[in-house]
Design a protein around this ligand. Structure first.
Ligand SMILES: [Zn+2]
Length: 258
């Protein structure tokens, strides 16, 4: 936590038109913290674009970027968290600093789904939380509830199901980007007297919620990707894609983590 005095000094510098990055340098605080304070101060004064009840696809029938939504739904089911502690609820997607491209993709999806709401990045240990504030988060994510996702029943609403049917790969990409990975298993064999190394790429998805794994495997079925769960005794929360044709399809559609 930063000293309140530093936060107030940052506010004064920003108001005197000094760039956030310069303020961060002068006070020796991360740019993300300065941006977050500025955002929160503006939100408090009601100066954020769309702070006054922006339209909602569920309540007002405004258009929704359904492809971006499907990806965001995957991120939310994997690693997203909705918090109701502040005056306006926030959705937070936790992004590892090792994958800046994924952080950009998460923020782009938030902007497309919530075009009237400001997004921001908040630094955490080894990661950043990409956040958006909206009074309509529960409209977008009716799966929200108290406690951990794997301790409660998670089912898609019919309208979410329709979107996933239309954009299955976007959901899979979001799930893999948040709770999955592409790994390479390898083995050596002697063929014609020569030692050769063989590599077997596979995709893993790990989530403690049976319901979320089921949503993942149902969607894999829909796009024709073969999957398996590990043998008894291994991590029971994994879904593995290892068949060559299926891995090739995943490489084409999900793309690399970057
Ligand atoms: Zn709404």
């Amino acid at each position: 936590m930063h000293d309140l005095e530093i936060r107030h000094r940052a506010g004064r510098l920003v108001r005197s038109s000094i760039a956030n990055a310069e303020v961060g340098r002068r006070l020796n605080v991360p740019l993300g913290s300065v941006s977050y304070w500025v955002h929160m101060d503006r939100a408090k004064r009601g100066e954020c674009p769309g702070a006054h009840n922006p339209l909602c696809p569920r309540c007002d029938g405004r258009a929704l970027d359904e492809a971006a939504y499907s990806y965001l739904l995957g991120l939310y089911l994997g690693d997203g968290h909705i918090s109701h502690y502040a005056r306006v609820p926030s959705l937070m997607i936790s992004c590892d600093d090792a994958w800046p491209g994924l952080m950009d993709a998460a923020e782009a999806a938030l902007r497309s789904v919530f075009p009237s709401n400001a997004t921001c990045r908040v630094r955490s240990k080894g990661s950043h939380n990409v956040k958006v504030y909206s009074k309509h988060l529960d409209c977008f994510f009716p799966q929200h509830g108290t406690g951990k996702k794997h301790d409660r029943h998670i089912a898609l609403a019919p309208w979410q199901h329709d979107i996933v049917e239309e954009y299955p790969w976007e959901l899979i990409r979001g799930l893999i980007h948040s709770d999955g990975c592409r790994i390479i298993n390898w083995t050596e064999k002697t063929v014609g007297g020569v030692r050769k190394r063989y590599e077997y790429p596979r995709y893993l998805f790990a989530n403690k919620s049976d319901d979320i794994r089921k949503i993942h495997t149902n969607t894999l079925n829909a796009v024709g990707v073969e999957w398996s769960t590990p043998a008894r005794g291994c991590d029971p929360f994994n879904v593995s894609v290892a068949r060559r044709a299926s891995v090739a399809l995943m490489d084409l559609q999900v793309g690399p983590t970057y």
